[in-house]
Each structure stands twice: as C-alpha cells, then as structure tokens.
Ligand binder design. Structure first.
Ligand SMILES: [Zn+2]
Length: 235
C-alpha cells in the first residue's frame, strides 16, 4: 500500500487569525476536531500537523500552514474549520472541484460530507473555492472542511467534535480505499500461529490473503523466513 501522508491543518488558533465566534468558538471546535483526527491517524497514514504555533500576521499564518504541507511531501491537505453565517447550518467542503488532480479533492470531500451527515449535519455539498489561499497554494489536493456552523442552534445543539473527527477520518479512508480497521484498533483482526512446514504462500492461500499483504501486515523482513510458533496477522 502506498504511504499516505496527511497534512492536517487546525484552522485559525493563532494571533491575527482568530476563528468565528457563535454559540461556540470556532477556535475551540477546530482544535477538538483536529486533535481527535490526528489521534486517529496511525499505521498506514502518516500525519503532518500544519498548524503554526504563532503568527505575525494573517498572511503569515496561512503561509506557514501551506509551507509546512508543501515541504512535507503530503498526499493530501485537510484544513479543519467551522462556519458562521446567520441562518446557515450543515457541513460543506471547499476545494478545487472538477478533474484537477484526478478529481480526488471532490471525491474525498463528498465522502467526508456523507459521513458528517450521519450524526445529522446537513450536507451542503462540495464547493469550488480555488481563490482561498490554502487551497490555491498547496501542491497537493487540498480540502477545507467546514464541519458545522458555530452560530447555528440546530448544528450546535448536540454537536460532538469527536463524531466530526470520526466522520472525516472515515470519509478519507473510504475515498482512498484504505481499510479503516487497519488504522485504528479493532476486533476484526485475525491471527494464525505458524506450524511446522508452513509457508507464507500456504498460509496466504488458506486465509485468502496475498503474500505481499502478509509481509506488509506483519512487517516481515525476509519472506522466506517464518518461525514455528510465530503469530501472524492474517486479516
Ligand atoms: Zn474558519
């Protein structure tokens, strides 16, 4: 599996770059969702946190985020935000739409919004906002996720940042066809104890898994060398 490097940007949260204020503060919610998302990303997804620790201006804040992402070789850039606008409610994703970079941004955006809709946030759709600095200046597919409206009593009534993080995570995994269970701990894993005479090929055939996948799942250095009694993950 190709390694995914996800650049996570927690919107605002530095001087000159404050978030929206409504029933709840955007800064707080961005941090809660962003940090929870980062904590979920293990295994096959490497994280680069692009949030600056401070900034000298709004431009500097945005520049630092983009610069960190561009220097990290990230596969994907996801910036976490929450909206504010009287009367507005629901979730939306901003990115460069269409076939730009294989249409990946749109595809991931749609997958994330589908998941965010599950806890009850209205899907406002993926919107083309190529004029936004972080979208326009990052060298990889980039999304701004506006999880919910901080000034909407409808959105904020039962708003759960952990659920938003889980939805974003699940959307990314779904869109990139990554096995979600591979990243987080789960109960679906299956193991096999190597017996005398076993080969990876034979074990693979028995559990319907390729040798390459067995090597990858178990971090096997020499595929001709497995030991009797060794515990192998086969699912
Ligand atoms: Zn924002």
């Amino acid at each position: 599996m190709k390694e995914i490097i996800l650049a996570v940007d927690i919107g605002h949260n530095v001087p000159y770059d404050g978030g929206a204020v409504g029933i709840r503060n955007e800064n707080d919610l961005n941090r809660l969702v962003g940090n929870e998302l980062i904590s979920k990303l293990r295994g096959g997804i490497k994280v680069v946190n692009c949030t600056p620790s401070t900034a000298k201006s709004l431009n500097d804040s945005l520049y630092q985020r983009v610069n960190t992402a561009n220097n990290s070789g990230a596969t994907l850039f996801v910036s976490i935000h929450h909206n504010a606008c009287p009367g507005g409610y629901g979730s939306e994703v901003l990115c460069i739409k269409g076939n730009y970079q294989g249409g990946l941004s749109t595809k991931i955006g749609e997958a994330i919004l589908k998941e965010l809709a599950t806890p009850g946030l209205k899907n406002r759709g993926v919107k083309d906002r190529r004029n936004l600095y972080v979208i326009n200046n990052t060298s990889m597919p980039a999304l701004i996720v506006e999880c919910a409206f901080v000034d909407s009593s409808l959105d904020m009534a039962n708003y759960n940042p952990e659920k938003s993080a889980a939805a974003i995570y699940k959307g990314i995994c779904t869109a990139l066809a990554l096995a979600e269970d591979e990243q987080s701990s789960n109960d679906d894993k299956e193991y096999y104890i190597v017996k005398y005479g076993d080969t990876l090929w034979g074990i693979g055939r028995r559990f319907n898994i390729t040798v390459d996948r067995l090597v990858e799942l178990n971090g096997i250095g020499n595929r001709n060398l497995i030991n009797v009694g060794q515990r192998l993950r086969v699912k």
